[in-house]
Design a protein around this ligand. Structure first.
Ligand code: ZN
Ligand code: ZN
Ligand code: ZN
Length: 255
């Protein structure tokens, strides 16, 4: 069904809501591609929602995970919406991905993207806003296994990117892996922000085998204890025979 727009004499006049939304999607993609060429890096695609109501035309999540648009305002003034609102929100996504989510929302980075890259008016408008919603509701990203798509947090994506095979699907027992390149990037970006501790990256703790001087059975020690023995000459007592042992009891085996 065609919805008449109030702005007259434009090519968007007779477009349906669906067609207008498609225009927005296409424009978002074009602007992101443009930014990727400019910055020479990939920018993960935000989820595009059309669920904004009231007087707010557009909204971007601080981390760039999603953008929201107001269909009523899009229909009322398509030209302005496409010329200002869409680049405004896409610029937020670009800034969040390129400079990090802590960057000031309408600071000089954002203004530069708007003006220099998009040739758009960077004056701030009360109809736009930036939301922290993703901090309350964590964004989910797709991981694939052998049977389905799992929607997980960025933290878990980072885990399987850093340590492939560390998570398996309970149903099909296949390892979980990022479902697409954008999700892999999310995992990499997350790891860069919070590098996993050595211990975590190893998946599980390393153990060192010592032979009990009393009975000869294996005593598996943690890295901490192993280091104390090897570095500081510390001696421990075996739990089985209460026999003291030190560096001489190390079997050379570790697991
Ligand atoms: Zn804004
Ligand atoms: Zn599965
Ligand atoms: Zn023993």
């Amino acid at each position: 069904m065609a919805q008449g727009a109030r702005a007259s004499g434009t090519t968007t006049d007779s477009l349906s809501d669906d067609a207008l939304r498609q225009r927005v999607r296409t424009l978002v993609e074009e602007r992101l591609t443009q930014a990727e060429r400019h910055f020479g890096r990939r920018i993960p695609r935000p989820e595009i929602r059309f669920d904004l109501t009231g007087k707010t035309a557009g909204q971007a999540e601080r981390g760039g995970a999603f953008v929201r648009f107001n269909t009523v305002l899009l229909r009322e003034n398509p030209e302005d919406f496409l010329a200002r609102t869409v680049p405004h929100e896409v610029a937020h996504v670009v800034v969040a991905r390129v400079y990090g989510p802590a960057t000031r929302p309408h600071g000089r980075e954002w203004k530069a993207v708007m003006r220099d890259l998009y040739g758009a008016d960077p004056s701030r408008c009360h109809q736009y806003d930036v939301t922290n919603a993703a901090r309350r509701t964590q964004a989910r990203y797709p991981l694939a296994c052998g049977c389905m798509t799992h929607h997980v947090t960025a933290r878990l994506v980072a885990q399987v990117v850093q340590n492939p095979g560390s998570r398996i699907c309970r149903k099909c027992r296949e390892p979980l892996a990022p479902a697409d390149a954008a999700t892999r990037e999310v995992g990499k970006a997350y790891s860069k922000r919070r590098p996993a501790r050595k211990k975590k990256a190893a998946g599980r703790q390393r153990r060192f085998a010592y032979a009990c001087p009393g009975c000869g059975q294996d005593l598996w020690l943690s890295t901490t204890r192993h280091n104390r023995i090897q570095r500081d000459g510390t001696r421990y007592q075996s739990g089985c025979c209460r026999a003291p042992f030190g560096t001489e009891a190390f079997t050379g085996r570790q697991a």
